[in-house]
Structure formats: C-alpha cells, structure tokens
Design a protein around this ligand. Structure first.
Ligand code: G6P
Length: 618
C-alpha cells in the first residue's frame, strides 16, 4: 500500500508526478501529496486527504509547484487517520526537508519519545514524520551533516520495520535520495532524467529501462546518475531490466471500470497462465527451479495466502490431494507462522499472491524457509518480493490487475495451482502420462468455457440491480463449490459493503440456517449432477430446506441441470466442465453479481473503501 513517485530531470516535475500517482492510486487513496524543489531554492509541498482528485483541485494550475525535481505519494493509512495533517510528504522542523514513506516503522513510538524529549513537537500522528525529524537532524549536524545520502543510511540503520523512503532537501537541488527495506521501489532510467516509483506503471510512458532495488539499499539520483549503496554506504550494483508491458495493458480499455475489464480478460488471463506449460507429454513449470526429484521428496503441502489467493488455495487442496495423493493444508498467511506449524525439508509451502508483496504472506514464507521447508511462490507480479524470496516460482500471467478486488488474478491462481497439482502427480507417478495429458487438455479448454460464461451474464446483471437493497446475501457450496461460495461472499463484502457469508452447505443445519428468513437471497453453487450425483442430491435437499423457510434461491448450476430448476427462484447456467475445474466458471457470475450490486448502490467498484490492492503491512 501507498504509492511513491519521484522525478529528477529537465522537465517540469509536477505533471509527471501527478501522472505517476494516477497510475499508482490503486495502492492507496486515503490522501495524496507532492513536494517540489522550487527554482528559488525552497521546498514546496501540497497535500490533501482523500482521492488524488482532491489534491489536483487543491493544486489548481500548479504555479506554486514549479521545478524539475520532486516526489509524490498516494497513501493507504496505517499510523494516523486519513487526514490532511497525516498526508505525506512530512517535513522536519526546518521545513527544508521532506519525506514520503510506504510501510511501517515498527520502533516509531520509541523514536518519537526520543525526539520529543529532545524538544521536537511532531505535527502529525504518523510514523513517517519521525523519519523526517531524524533525517533533518542527521543532515543538520554531526558526521553526516550536509550529506543527504549518508544521513539516509544512518537513519535507516536505526529503523525497524518495512519501508520505502524518499527524501528531498532544499539544500540539495537536483538530488533525490531513497531507501528501501521490504516495501517496493524501482528506478526508471531516462535520457537526462530519472524516475522512482513503487511500480513501473508510474513511469512506463517515459522509459522502459528500469533498475530493481534490493533489500536494505539506498539510491541517490540526479538527472544523469544514480548510485546504489547499502545502509553502511558500500556501493552496490543495481539490477537492470527492460519492461515489456504495454502501457495500454494497464488502462481500462473502454470498460467503465478496471474490474469490468479484468473480469472480461479472464479467458485470456487463463490462457496466458496455462501457455507453455505442457509440451504434449509433460507438464513443465519452467520457472519452478525444482526438479521432479525435488518434487518427489515432498510429503506434505501447505498453501499460505490471504484474501482471494487463500480461496484459490482451498480449491488447490481438492485438486492436489485428489491428483497427487499428497496431504494439503491451506492456511491464512496471517495465522500460519504464529501457530508453529510442523515444517521440514519434505514440506512444500506454496505462497500464493497476486501482488507478491502481501506482508502476511511474505512473513509466512520467511518463517517456512527458516524451518527449512521449500517455498514455491505462485505470483502475478514479476520480480516482486515474494517470488524473489522463494525457492521456486510459478508465475500467473494475468497481466496487471488494478481493480482492488481480485478477479482475473484469482482465476489465474486457481489455474496455476492446478498446474502444480498435475506436476506433483506427474513427478510422483500418481497419474499415468495419458491422464495428465487428458487433464491438461481439459484445463486448456477452460478459457473457452469462461468466454461462454461471460457471454451469458445479462441475467446476472439484472439480478444485481434487483438485489441492491437486500440487507445480506448468503452463499452455499459443497466440495470445490465451497471455496467458490467463500469467494462470492468476499467479493460482495469488498465491493457492495453488504453483509455476506459463505458456508459449506453441510454446515447449514449446524447454525447458519437460523439466519434464513423470508426473502433472504441465498446463492447456491450446485455440484455437477453427472459427476457428483450424491453431492448434487444433498445440495437439492439443502435448497429445499432454505426455500421452505422463505429464502430467495439463486442457483448456479451446469447447463442442462433440469432437476434443480423447480427449486431455483433464479437459475444461472454455467458450461459443463470437469468437476474439479468448476470454480473457474462458477466464480465468474459471482464476481459480476458483486460488481453489479455495488454499481447499483453507487459505490466505486475499483476502489472499495478501506481496502488496498497490496497490503504490505501485517
Ligand atoms: C488484498 C486485496 C485482495 C487480495 C489480497 C491478497 O486484501 O484486496 O483482493 O486477494 O490482498 O493479495 P495478494 O496480492 O497477496 O494476492
């Protein structure tokens, strides 16, 4: 969370920074702010609570913010409420130094007390302001006086927690100093200009030549140079890479929201994720850096993840256990490491994350590696922290996901987990090669099935309008339909701020049925009548139970399932696919339903309140 942009070069910094912030706004939109070195040798800042547009209005024509060195910040609040006062940049007492920050300074309370006893009077509630004062003091006097880079190194050595920091000082015109530990930061190298950002989309319009900054590094930028050092001042080599994303890929492409666009892109996201992973005979996980021998030594799998990624893990459990005959546990990353799980060299921990930055997942994988487990990242973001710290990576290729609520990345995670399941089955010999080939072939047909699902969604959109005033919606599923129910409920909570819960249908009689009352909408994900007749029969009974108590039943069922029609107030058809793959089609109507209800209620679908796309704090 929090987006960071920096620019130093020959052009006016403000428009470049505001453009970069607009692309990074998905990272947090509690407030936004900029600081520019003015030609007169001052530091001018502007900041405003709320979305970036508020700042834009406050800035007006930007005449006060002329200058060609500057930085900008879009905030997801952690320490201190989302107010003007707590918005970044934060200044030191002199007002000549400004800092922006992404992350959390864990020892900020002790540092703040220390500053207060030295007479400093903080003006905000943030952890960031503490850094501004420390940096200002280090620059003002002592061994690092007048040297912003050395001051930054010295201050970073005192900080605990996660941070990307960017600083400007009025006495150092044309210079930006930044530091990173855990939180993301990339450098864009232009011709006579340099960019800094939380991710490349902020500067892709201007340069595709990028440098990745590692852990505990400081970078000093001028228009024509950059110098990377560690926190002790030792020079380091930055890692160059070329960005081949098209900028248009990160834009809305004519859809009203990113989420609508990303829902529509799901067939392609799935096809891209599967592409190149089967050579006609073998499942290939080319970025996995794990041999079949390595996979054979595995005797237990943990999937650790958060939010939708966690739900993709719940689906994976059904597939991996069935195909590879390996026990799979699925854990919320935030619970995993505090539970002291039993891990050893024969344990495979699969860390699933769209962003590759989620702090809970990152800490879970660090814990797993310390216990000698092998960690495989399933990630959508190339070069992000989670894949970098893992033993092996399986990238999903869903493309950039901007909508905060995950859609195409979720389906891609489910598909990647299936690939992993097949790879484990292949290595362990629990499936014949012909079965693996047949299973992959069925997976390869899923993008078309999702396309067909998307083509039939008008009734779901109408239903969304209809349900806009419902007080709550319950979701029921069995087998792989259970994680689908959880994901449907999560989408509705995230987007429509509506009370929504997903349940395993068998649990209904153990509590949730008490919630059922006249008119309560209940979404039921039907198992396949042909492949799972027993589960199908049980689910029919569950539908009867809730319908007889007045529930309004909305049933997702495979095409041609006539038996369920009499019990469905609304029946939503999805194509027939193999039962384990059903989540890839059954989730789609639930995504659309949540988006439509949120739209009907007048909410911002891409930026649900209180949420952030990547959650880089625990
Ligand atoms: C946030 C997002 C969710 C996402 C979760 C995990 O809460 O709002 O949509 O599922 O983080 O994110 P990750 O990037 O690790 O998949």
């Amino acid at each position: 969370m929090c987006g960071i942009v920096g620019y130093v070069g020959g052009r006016a910094a403000l428009p470049l920074i505001m453009g970069g912030l607009a692309r990074l706004e998905y990272r947090g939109y509690d407030s936004a702010g900029v600081a520019i070195q003015s030609p007169g040798g001052e530091l001018v800042t502007a900041k405003k609570a709320g979305v970036l547009d508020n700042l834009r209005t406050a800035i007006g024509d930007g005449a006060d913010l002329a200058g060609s060195t500057g930085m900008g910040h879009t905030r997801w609040a952690t320490h201190g409420g989302p107010t003007d006062r707590n918005a970044h940049p934060h200044a030191d007492g002199s007002g000549r130094l400004a800092v922006i920050h992404n992350g959390i300074i864990e020892n900020f309370a002790a540092l703040r007390t220390e500053l207060e006893s030295a007479g400093v009077e903080p003006v905000s509630d943030t952890d960031t302001e503490v850094v501004a004062h420390l940096l200002g003091a280090a620059f003002a006097a002592g061994p690092t006086a007048g040297d912003l880079t050395a001051s930054m190194q010295a201050v970073c050595r005192r900080l605990h927690g996660t941070f990307t920091l960017v600083a400007l000082h009025a006495d150092r015109p044309g210079e930006i100093v930044a530091a990173r530990r855990s939180s993301p930061l990339v450098l864009g190298v232009g011709d006579g200009e340099m960019f800094l950002a939380s991710d490349v989309s902020a500067f892709l319009e201007y340069t595709r030549d990028a440098v990745e900054l590692g852990q505990d590094q400081v970078v000093t930028l001028t228009a024509d140079s950059y110098l990377v050092t560690d926190f002790l001042g030792n020079p380091l080599q930055g890692k160059h890479f070329h960005v081949d994303w098209e900028i248009a890929e990160a834009e809305r492409g004519g859809y009203p929201t990113f989420m609508d666009k990303e829902i529509a892109e799901q067939p392609e996201a799935l096809a891209n994720t599967l592409r190149g992973h089967f050579d006609g005979r073998h499942i290939l996980l080319d970025e996995q850096r794990m041999s079949d021998d390595d996979l054979r030594t595995i005797d237990k799998v943990f999937v650790v993840a958060c939010g939708s990624a966690y739900h993709s893990g719940l689906v994976a459990k059904y597939a991996i256990e069935h195909w590879a005959r390996l026990p799979v546990e699925v854990e919320l990353a935030s619970e995993f490491r505090y539970r002291d799980p039993i891990l050893d060299r024969a344990t495979l921990v699969v860390a699933v994350s769209q962003s590759g930055e989620t702090m809970d997942t990152l800490e879970a994988l660090r814990h797993a590696r310390r216990q000698k487990a092998t960690v495989l990242a399933v990630c959508n973001t190339n070069g992000a922290q989670i894949p970098r710290e893992s033993d092996a990576v399986l990238y999903t290729h869903a493309g950039p996901e901007i909508g905060v609520a995950s859609t195409k990345a979720f389906l891609a995670q489910v598909a990647a987990n299936y690939l992993l399941g097949l790879a484990l089955a292949q290595a362990r010999g629990t499936k014949y090669p012909s079965e693996i080939a047949a299973d992959f072939d069925q997976l390869a047909q899923i993008p078309d099935a999702v396309r067909a699902t998307l083509a039939g969604m008008d009734p779901v959109r109408r239903l969304g309008q209809d349900l806009a005033t419902a007080p709550a919606v319950l979701f029921l599923g069995r087998h792989v339909g259970y994680p689908v129910a959880l994901e449907g409920a999560l989408k509705l909570k995230e987007l429509a701020y509506m009370h929504a819960e997903g349940f395993a249908a068998g649990e209904l009689k153990h509590g949730p049925i008490a919630l059922v009352e006249d008119g309560l909408p209940m979404v039921i994900v039907m198992p396949s009548a042909k492949s799972h007749p027993m589960l199908h029969r049980k689910m029919l009974s569950n539908i009867r139970e809730v319908q007889s108590r007045g529930a309004r039943t909305i049933v997702i069922a495979e095409e041609g399932d006539d038996t369920v029609a009499p019990f469905a107030d609304t029946l939503i058809d999805v194509p027939i696919v193999p039962p384990l793959l059903q989540p890839l089609v059954a989730t789609v109507p639930l995504q659309i339903l949540a988006a439509e209800i949120a739209r009907a209620r007048g909410y911002d679908i891409d930026k649900p309140r209180n949420l952030a796309k990547s959650v880089t704090v625990e």
